[in-house]
Design a protein around this ligand. Structure first.
Ligand code: SF4
Length: 706
């Protein structure tokens, strides 16, 4: 197929009277979908990048799958489809791709790639079974896992029909550093190896953003180009739900060292309570060596390494305990995130106490890494005489690397902070963590993704702000001349399907009376709608206050139930909300997107407050400072556009099909009283009816129309 035929094939697929049309009894031709699909085919052909905003209902998954499948077959190259949510991955794998397989009648293969830790490692399971010190319940679970391994077809944790505690799964899941690959006695039965081979043969790989960024990070770290990393090599990527990329990429490009992780690492070397760990395994493995060699190595373990492990353990506990107190003191128990500004680093307590503890820990971590490394070299030099030497070598090598990585991260945070990075501490309950993140991901995305791929297509229903792609372009480092843009509207008739009410008589969100006004307003609205309402908040504090108040008045509200984020999983709550009919659902951040409730069960969405990010969050505050330093207005340049994208996501919860109707009520009147408020309203799909009125009048209208 040449380029022209390829473009024609993509266009024809959606055209009335053609493939898609003849498959369905009632086909609704969507020109927006066809336009998007053809545009993607064009950028694939020209090896360009594309930003495409496709309004809700465009059918964007088919719009990108069709050119992707045809391109993968034409060029014999893999195309990656990356999403943010499991729901969308399941829709692609279980619904859209099988549909296309049937319609095309083409021989192509698509697989869902899951993270490695989702798979059981039979070798580790057997090993753990021999050495683990568990209670009765733990042994019971382990025995069930052994039985499950004999039957499972996937080896995936999600297929377990019983609960396996994370502490157990962590010891029996597949890990890159601990995999013997072809030397493994279970290689032929290994589910992960089978899944990796399937991915190798596939044309389309469906992944989540985390796996894709893990792959890109590994490629950067090891300088891999045309070889396998986490994924096989690829040159075309489609990012769906692309508005989330900034957060995912930021978390991958920094580090996080937490107390639990450090202690777990130390205990995996030698657990004094349970008498387990790789040092004991190594000690046992070298018992087959000649007497004097064995004695030397065992003495090295007993007299050098074991005391060092104990020391690192004690120093880590002491440091993290003092850091928790320090964070508590500085944040007064609020927020629990402390950005490491120069002023904090200059404080006497930091300099005279914490720095000394950090340095002490670093010296001993370094020593531990060095001694472990020497032990590994000794093991390698006698490898022909040691039983099960491959497993011991792998474990020791993985531990050396982990210890050196922890040491390097801590050293960067305390001694060598990078200029374009932000560093902070977090302390929750007993755990405490050290973090770094790039302030701006643009350059790294350019270097590791955009500059390396033939085509990257970023799509979402929410990429533009005030009809412009400028914000996402700036944020992701997309250079004007390198990227094409396309905005395709929604096929929904927003003018007739939706009414947007702005309650003008509520106090402003910073007024002490705002929260009581929100409680009263939500109550009034759900009485008018008889439930069937999703209320979106920006903080757990407000969500809980509203829930606690409504819960006591359930009878008078005439609703079947009130579900609140945190009671159960989001999926469970959404299903319950749908099934109960006249119900109310209250949620914060994750409920603003990905909640899909078509039909009259959801007839009203209430937006309690405009969803601004918290400006004191370390990464956000560093971004804002950087913008201000460059002479920009950080509020208009970052805070407002970021909130608009989230606002559009919340707006998109209501109308999911052409039959849906309902109301969106905004209780935050800054959308009409503040200059920036216009940007929120202008960013919504054209044709929306916007009514500004007192809450009482709005609820009268809602009552009359629903
Ligand atoms: S091949 Fe690797 S992942 Fe599979 S069982 Fe062996 S060690 Fe575990």
């Amino acid at each position: 197929m040449n380029q022209k035929e390829y473009l024609q094939e993509v266009s024809d697929f959606f055209a009335p009277g053609n493939r898609l049309d003849s498959y369905f009894d009632k086909y609704e031709y969507r020109p927006e979908q066809q336009e998007m699909s053809v545009k993607i085919a064009e950028v694939f052909s020209k090896k360009e990048h594309l930003l495409v905003e496709a309004g809700t209902g465009t059918g964007k998954s088919l719009a990108y799958l069709v050119p992707s499948i045809l391109m993968a077959l034409k060029e014999e190259e893999k195309v990656i489809i990356s999403t943010n949510t499991i729901n969308l991955q399941e829709q692609l794998i279980k619904k859209d791709i099988p549909l296309l397989q049937e319609i095309f009648n083409l021989d192509f293969k698509a697989v869902l790639v899951k993270g490695r830790k989702n798979y059981i490692c039979i070798r580790r399971l057997v090993q753990f079974g021999k050495s683990a010190q568990l209670d009765n319940q733990g042994y019971n679970t382990l025995s069930k896992v052994h039985n499950w391994v004999l039957e499972t077809e996937t080896g995936c944790r999600s297929d377990l029909d019983f609960r396996v505690d994370y502490n157990i799964w962590d010891n029996i899941s597949s890990e890159s550093d601990l995999c013997l690959r072809a030397a493994c006695p279970y290689y032929e039965q290994c589910h992960f190896i089978f899944a990796r081979d399937e991915a190798q043969e596939a044309d389309i790989l469906v992944v989540n953003h985390h796996i894709l960024f893990a792959d890109l990070s590994l490629r950067q770290e090891r300088g891999l180009e045309g070889e396998n990393a986490v994924l096989p090599p690829y040159k075309q990527v489609i990012f769906d739900e692309a508005h989330n990329i900034e957060e995912v990429a930021t978390s991958y490009l920094g580090f996080r060292v937490n107390r639990r992780g450090v202690i777990k690492l130390v205990e995996s070397l030698y657990n004094f309570d349970q008498q387990t760990g790789i040092l004991l395994q190594t000690r046992a493995a070298i018992s087959s060596l000649k007497r004097n060699v064995k004695q030397n190595l065992q003495q090295n373990i007993d007299n050098k390494l074991v005391p060092l492990v104990r020391k690192v353990n004690d120093l880590s506990h002491s440091l993290f305990n003092n850091l928790i107190k320090f964070i508590d003191n500085k944040t007064k128990g609020r927020d629990r995130k402390l950005r490491l500004l120069e002023s904090i680093r200059a404080e006497d307590y930091w300099q005279d106490n914490l720095m000394i503890e950090f340095e002490n820990l670093l010296i001993n971590l370094n020593d531990l890494g060095k001694n472990l490394s020497e032990l590994l070299e000794d093991v390698i030099s006698y490898e022909d005489e040691i039983d099960e030497v491959d497993a011991v070598k792998l474990e020791l090598k993985a531990k050396v690397e982990s210890i050196l990585k922890v040491g390097a991260d801590i050293a960067e945070l305390v001694n060598f902070p990078e200029e374009d990075y932000v560093y902070w501490l977090e302390g929750y309950d007993e755990d405490c963590s050290l973090h770094s993140a790039p302030i701006n991901i643009a350059q790294q995305l350019q270097d590791n993704l955009l500059g390396k791929m033939d085509s990257v297509v970023l799509t979402s229903a929410t990429l533009t702000v005030d009809k412009s792609f400028e914000f996402i372009k700036d944020n992701l480092g997309l250079i004007e001349e390198d990227v094409e843009t396309l905005e395709v509207g929604s096929p929904f008739d927003y003018r007739n399907q939706l009414c947007l009410g702005v309650a003008k008589d509520l106090p402003q969100p910073n007024h002490p009376a705002f929260i009581d006004a929100v409680i009263a307003s939500v109550k009034e609205i759900i009485q008018a709608t008889k439930g069937r309402t999703l209320v979106l908040f920006t903080s757990y504090g407000m969500l809980n206050k509203v829930y606690n108040s409504l819960e006591t008045q359930l009878d008078s509200l005439e609703v079947n139930n009130i579900y609140c984020q945190g009671m159960k999983s989001r999926q469970y709550l959404v299903e319950e909300f749908k099934n109960k009919k006249k119900a109310v659902l209250l949620g914060t951040s994750s409920f603003w997107e990905g909640v899909d409730i078509p039909g009259e069960e959801l007839s009203c969405v209430v937006i309690a407050k405009l969803p601004f990010v918290v400006p004191s969050e370390p990464v956000i505050s560093a971004k804002l400072e950087k913008l201000e330093a460059a002479g920009e207005n950080s509020f208009m340049k970052y805070m407002v556009p970021k909130a608009v994208i989230k606002f559009k996501q919340g707006f998109g919860r209501l109308i999911r099909t052409k039959e849906d109707k309902g109301w969106i009520v905004i209780l935050d009147n800054r959308v009409i009283t503040k200059r920036y408020g216009k940007i929120f309203l202008k960013s919504l799909p054209s044709g929306c009816n916007i009514l500004t009125d007192n809450l009482n009048s709005l609820t009268d209208k809602i009552r009359a129309s629903i």
